[in-house]
Design a binder for this molecule. Sequence first.
Ligand code: OKP
Ligand code: ZN
Length: 355
Amino acid sequence: MLIVHPAEHRLHHPQRENYRGRMVDAFEIPARADYVLHAVQQAELAPIIAPDDFGLAPIAQVHSARYLDFLQRFWGQWSEQWRKNFPQRDAEPVDEAFPAVWPIRTLRDDVEPANLAAQLGLYSMDSGSPFTAGTWAASLSASQSALTAARHVLTHGGGAFSLSRPPGHHAGRDFFGGYCFLNHAAITAQWLRDQGLARVAVLDVDYHHGNGTQAIFYDRADVLTVSIHGDPRTEYPFYLGHADEQGQGAGLGYNLNLPLPVGTGFARWMQAVEQGMAQVRAFAPQALVVSLGLDTYGNDPIAGFTLQTADYPVLGAAIRALDLPTVMILEGGYAAAELGNNVVAVLRGFEQGRA
Ligand code: OKP
Ligand code: ZN
């Protein structure tokens, strides 16, 4: 196994986020990756390397041109405008930008407003995802990290883990949300397709439904998307992730959602994961991308399942038993101090699962 880790994740360091209408300490912070890096170093699981640069082309296969343009220029324009409006202050005026107005039903999303606050709304799904000075650079590094892991498994087989942040599975073709800006799992699955693999499966075990990944591949039969998650009737992202979403057109039958109620424990959860894995096996993919969120953990501050650290090796072993070239990408997991142990538990299970 190989671990890929970009130091640039740290450039995205939000202080605060809007949570249920209140400003609270941000959950998706650099300390998360620091804890994981420390734990995988201590465990001596695998070599840890920095990502290579795959450029923007693999990212442009998944995200729209105007959204990528927005991500790259937004902070520069926003901070410059702020400095003009408040010339008496010389430092960066605010650490994070949040959207406040969206083109919901009946409003137009085809004309990009010149107003930057309005652009934030055009390209987002929620007000809880802080956009910071380093958001683009960190997100880009996370995509490059996942691609580096993918190239490793394409060449050598086995598994690779992208120890990167911010996460990606909520990001759609042209929007951010749920702390996600680039959909690394989707970019990786598409890149593997573009390398000539006919079928790629994405297994999303994060607590939250991977709405971005689902939507990107919803009408396609070449990428199977499977997600096990908290029921969207009560859990973020609320507006997608129901069991009746099975894909459309050529993609009908190639999306599987397994929503579970708040309070679900390991036995029931693992049963659902096995059900999802049976679908993956039937699809007979040439590679597997795992959206590895660890917010299924019982002590997670923003999620509702009750898994324990000792449960995670079972997940890792089951992933290994699929016997596919496997790219695991870090998604959620907000009990930061315990996140490292939980990641190591999955990776140990993967390593010991099956030769
Ligand atoms: C990202 B990932 C609502 C707060 C919801 C979003 C949670 C994003 C989780 N006011 N916060 O799937 O771990
Ligand atoms: Zn999550």
